[in-house]
Ligand binder design. Sequence first.
Ligand SMILES: *Cc1c(COP(=O)(O)O)cnc(C)c1O
Length: 394
Amino acid sequence: MIYADNAATTRMSDAALKTLIELSKETYGNASSLYTLGQRAKEVLEKARADVAEAIHAQPREILFTSGGSEADNQAIRSAAALGKAKGKTHIVSSAFEHHAVLHTLAKLEKEGFTVTLLPVHGDGLVRPQEVEEAIREDTCLVTIMYANNEIGTIQPIREIGAICHAKGVLFHTDAVQAIGHIPVDVELDNIDMLSASAHKFHGPKGSGFLYARKGIRLTNLIEGGAQERGRRAGTENVPGLAAMATALSEAEAALEERAVVTAAKRDRLIQGLSEIPHSALNGDAKKRLPSNVNFCFEGIEGESLLLLLDDRGIAASSGSACTSGSLDPSHVLLAIGRVHDVAHGSLRLSISDDITDEEVDYIVRNVREVVEYLRGFSPIWRDLCAGKKEFIL
Ligand SMILES: *Cc1c(COP(=O)(O)O)cnc(C)c1O
């Protein structure tokens, strides 16, 4: 099988898996216990915190461990909202193509009396810093814009947006789940106040993540109970998982540039091959995107059918998020960049890793081309397009 769905989750690296297994076997003590086994677990946990902090140029005390990206997003946004509300500031700026962990949290806050401005995303898959600036009001308590989009891979102008927020005295959070471990992220240079990350997106285990919150930002608990994580997140720490996350991140950081170059070359080979399919289009800017991400729309087909047929041919890919959401609506991300419904339905996301070979890339291109042709062969929309009853968009 060719695994091309790394934006959904990644295979654990051997080193991360080794950390997970060895610590589960040997260092199973409760990090809050005073005997040696517990203290050993505590040391491992704090070493993991220091390693994670170093990777993004933060201080260890600014790292709060969580169960993943969704929890970190929820806690960051809830915390900024609570801080804002205490000062009478209840306006939040975000974008239309955020992950649902952000969008659904914002929708809940709207029900609680907050006002949310969702900025448009342009056809190139990018948010404009100037529009962020214009959206900030006297009562804005938070700007939250993702670092890189999970569907189309576009990398946002985070540093400029962060600078604008700081000049205006507004907290800036970024969902960096797709960026961490793949492209350089530096919370100081990038002017970031809060950042969410998740281990399973960079070859670490599922169920481990972290929230960076700049020193002095008081976090609101989502989980009450014991005094773990300096009283900000209760529950016995997942020491093996968090340490395995740190192993995976250190590994990813050490190889970051080298892997990015290799992966981007495969990405561009994929883009080149797929763009030769008639009536297709790449979604999002060709260069300002993650080295791993390829996302195309093919006119006249259904993305779900495409991906099921690709699965039969041993290719694991993804198409928007229509299936998982249980609705027939096409991806909110593709709609946000201006794709019309019919076109957005025919999308394919391939998210690769540096271990993919040129032969595998060519196999994917060949099979996507064949399956698209096959599906168009009995698509009523395609028939109408060819008969001139409908206009081609792509
Ligand atoms: C995967 C993902 C999340 C959710 O992370 P989990 O660890 O699975 O909860 C949030 N944001 C983005 C951009 C993601 O890609």
